[in-house]
Ligand binder design. Sequence first.
Ligand SMILES: Nc1ncnc2c1ncn2[C@@H]1O[C@H](COP(=O)(O)OP(=O)(O)OP(=O)(O)O)[C@@H](O)[C@H]1O
Length: 263
Amino acid sequence: MPSLWSNESDGSLREHLVDVVVSGSEPKIRVHDLTRVADDGSRILKGVTIDIPKGMIVGVIGPSGSGKSTFLRSLNRLWEPPESTVFLDGEDITNVDVIALRRRVGMLFQLPVLFQGTVADNVRYGPNLRGEKLSDEEVYKLLSLADLDASFAKKTGAELSVGQAQRVALARTLANEPEVLLLDEPTSALDPISTENIEDVIVKLKKQRGITTVIVSHSIKQIQKVADIVCLVVDGEIVEVLKPSELSHATHPMAQRFLQLSS
Ligand SMILES: Nc1ncnc2c1ncn2[C@@H]1O[C@H](COP(=O)(O)OP(=O)(O)OP(=O)(O)O)[C@@H](O)[C@H]1O
C-alpha cells in the first residue's frame, strides 16, 4: 500500500519520488485504507492508500478488472466510498455536498455524452445550474482551452467526431473550474490525432491551471507522455508507484508481465 510520501518497504521508491513531490504540502487527495467488497464477498479494492499531491498528473495503469475505474469513481462519489477513506483538501468527501464535490472534481469518461443543443449549450450547462450565464467570449475561451476554435460553438453533437465531442465534454467539465480532473481512459475511443490533442490539453491544463489530474489508461505511451507519477494497480491494490521513465523497474510479477505485454 504505497504512499507518495513514504514507503516503508522500499526506501529507493521514496528517493525516486523526492524530486517530483513537493515535500510537506497537504495532498490534494488523500486515500486511506479504501476497500470495496462486492455483493458476492470478493474484494474489488483492498485497502488502497495513497496521497495525490496538488497539481500533479497521476497515471493509473494495470490489468483489466484490477479496480482502476472503481478507484477513480470513488474519488468523486460515483461509487460511494466508506467514511473517512477519501479526503479532498483534508475534508472527508462523504461530508461534502455531492454536486459541489463533482464540480470540484470533474470527470471525463471513455465515450463523451453530450446533452441536446449546441456545443455552447453544453459548455454553459454547469454554470447555468448555478445561475451563471457565460458570455460568448467565455465559451470561446473554454473551447480554446480544449483545443477547439470558436466555430464549434454553434454546432450540435451530431456534427462532431468522437474526438471533437470528447473535447467539448472536456470544455464542459472545465466550465465548472474543477480543481481535480478524473480521466477514465479518455482517449481509448479516439484516433491517434485526437488522442494527441487530448494529451496535449491535459498537460496544458496542469501547466496553466495547476489542475490535479488522475488518469486511467491502458496506453503506457500515453502515461509516459502525460503523467508525473504512475500507480500500478493489480488485483485491487496499488502495488507500485513509479516515475513514468522508470516503469521498467517495476518489481511486482503481475505488474512486470502487464508492462511487458503492453509495451
Ligand atoms: N458494481 C459492481 N458490482 C460488482 N462487481 C463490480 C462492480 N463494478 C466493478 N466490479 C468488478 O470489480 C472489478 C474491478 O472493476 P473495474 O472496472 O474497477 O476494473 P478496471 O481495472 O477499471 O478494468 P478495465 O481496465 O477493464 O476497465 C472487476 O472484477 C469488476 O467485474
